[in-house]
Design a protein around this ligand. Sequence first.
Ligand SMILES: NC(=O)C1=CN([C@@H]2O[C@H](COP(=O)(O)OP(=O)(O)OC[C@H]3O[C@@H](n4cnc5c(N)ncnc54)[C@H](O)[C@@H]3O)[C@@H](O)[C@H]2O)C=CC1
Ligand SMILES: O=C(CO)COP(=O)(O)O
Length: 327
Amino acid sequence: MSETIGVIGAGAWGTALAQVAASAGHEVRLWARDPALVAAINATAENAPYLPGIPLSPRIRATGDLAHVAQAPVNLVVTPAQAMRSVLATLPAHGQALVLCSKGIEAGSHRLMSEVAAEEHPRSPIAVLSGPTFAHEVTRGLPTAVTLACAAPALRAQLAEWLATPQFRPYASADVVGAEIGGAVKNVLAIGCGVVEGAGLGQNARAALIARGFAEMTRFGLARGADAVTLAGLSGLGDLVLTCSSVASRNFSLGLGLGRGQSAAALLADRRTVAEGAFTAPVLREAAAGVGVDMPVTDAVCRLLGGEAVDTVIGDLLARPLRDEGA
Ligand SMILES: NC(=O)C1=CN([C@@H]2O[C@H](COP(=O)(O)OP(=O)(O)OC[C@H]3O[C@@H](n4cnc5c(N)ncnc54)[C@H](O)[C@@H]3O)[C@@H](O)[C@H]2O)C=CC1
Ligand SMILES: O=C(CO)COP(=O)(O)O
């Protein structure tokens, strides 16, 4: 059945999801905060700054008017995580379903995106869409599977059906918190894997970092109420493996630069698109300390982002007291 779907945030991922929704037969209202980008998308059917060379569906109309997008029964929210609250605060509320697609944890409050959304839109049902999904592959129609998490069984089935296409396969889940934590934590770990690559530390080290990183993702997730099955699924382990394996990842490529000796400030100043892990890392370190969870890889990534030398940080990681693998 054809619906109107609102997409809030016209970066790479918001635009890719708009294309998925259009391919599934829906009319899409795509909100961008930059009026020049709105005009360019509508004039050229392309989002050249974020997804160059991808012809967008005629079912997608860009708009700068959040009220227009809010009228849709479903709004996909795809801003950078740290902008989520301010954008939701200005989004007119009428109980529309909010599908959160950003990966991060709010600085200061340590709130997950679903907690931010519940505070700003208490009448809206909340869902989370997350998983191993490079935007440029999704827009090329390559096969992709995601976790679509929502506490309400009827709504999660409905959303999965609305967003499914022959190439885009949502798996429904009741575990909103688990789906969010996987996506937020894997971005931090991907920076670490990029450092390993950039510093030439080898494939053994990368595999060890993925496995030990997954162990700390699981510890933190369980402490925040996630289900271990979700963490081992598409939005956790699946996305961790993708993001830790490819220079197409902005987080991995940030780490690559750090591993080669460049500074975080220079690397971040140089890019237009968001590397969420750089923002999430210090927030995650604080949040983990708050629930008494040990996250040595996250701590190492924070130190590297803060400018400490790779040799020192990796040396300290390896010199920690030996421990049981399951501890
Ligand atoms: N690019 C990808 O392949 C994927 C990205 N994500 C997540 O989706 C979220 C968005 O990422 P992308 O679209 O890739 O980022 P992007 O860097 O391509 O675009 C970000 C967009 O947000 C806008 N923006 C920045 N600050 C804003 C603010 N304060 N208020 C409103 N809009 C603002 C920018 O103008 C831009 O249009 C992130 O949390 C990311 O982790 C999730 C899955 C895949
Ligand atoms: O979340 C993503 C893939 O699932 C995109 O990863 P990057 O933000 O590291 O590019």
